[in-house]
Design a protein around this ligand. Sequence first.
Ligand code: AVI
Length: 322
Amino acid sequence: MTTTTTENISFSVADAVKDGLSKKEKTLPSWLFYDAEGDRLFQKIMNMPEYYLTNCEYDIFQKYKNDILNLITKETNKFSLIEFGAGDGLKTEILLKHFVENDTNFSYKPVDISENVIQLLQNRMQKSIPDLDITPINKEYFSALDEFNEARTNPCIVLFMGGNIGNFEMEDAQSFVNKIAAKLRTGDRFILGFDLKKDPQMILDAYNDAGGITRQFNMNLLKRMNNELNADFDSSAFKHFPTYDPQTGTTKSFLISQKKQEVNLNAIDTIISFDKWEPIHVEISQKFDSEMINEMATKAGLSVEKYFYDDQEYFTDVVMRK
Ligand code: AVI
């Protein structure tokens, strides 16, 4: 049975599904999106015209790669760049190339719990930046930092891009940042990507694209449960429904049962009943403003050193310093 590690807890798909669908307000954890088909669909999402996040962060790195390098190297001439959840590395590659071209003394340590992702990333970087000093770490984030701390001789910069921090509930995002900050040493930095509050329609369109790719991405959860738990979800009986609350900045995605129905999860001897119009909450994608970001940094004992924005100020990469 598939097991995925998030933070320091291991969940099997069976446990996560059973736990989430037995709650009064049904929910599924968003890590469940990312099986092979989910990874493929997420790549498509990142290339959709509505999904502005990818281009914004790409533009920020293109425009400010030298400012980022100067900020880091004004204090140290040797450092480690530790990236959490690097994905395909397309955006990080901009920074890495620039650093290498400028003879920067650094090593790149991408961290991912998926061995496959790490291998693909290493192949890509070795091809496109042959001089890059790269040491992938196939671990969850906190143990990767612990391992690094045991043997380190130089400062580190931790990168967590793509707006991934928005996929945590706010409280969990804060405790995630607190935990990372606690493992950093004075002078280390944490660079975080935050998607910002903006025209609500634009946000809704990013999670409900005209081509229906995000719908497929969400529906793939049902397919995954059918495949891995021998369940009998009928996708046509569910509706993809994203919402955005402009006051809190919270985007939520739901799969909504369009009829009263029972679903059999045969592999785990479980029957789940749905009322007509009952939702399953499948994802949170929090949008931020600078007040929220400053508060998060302060609570974690970090100081905000610099905000880098794209031209339209849709997205920001924030450098925080311990
Ligand atoms: C990975 N994460 C930042 C994406 C987001 O925007 O919340 C996941 C996603 N879900 C639907 N579209 C993209």
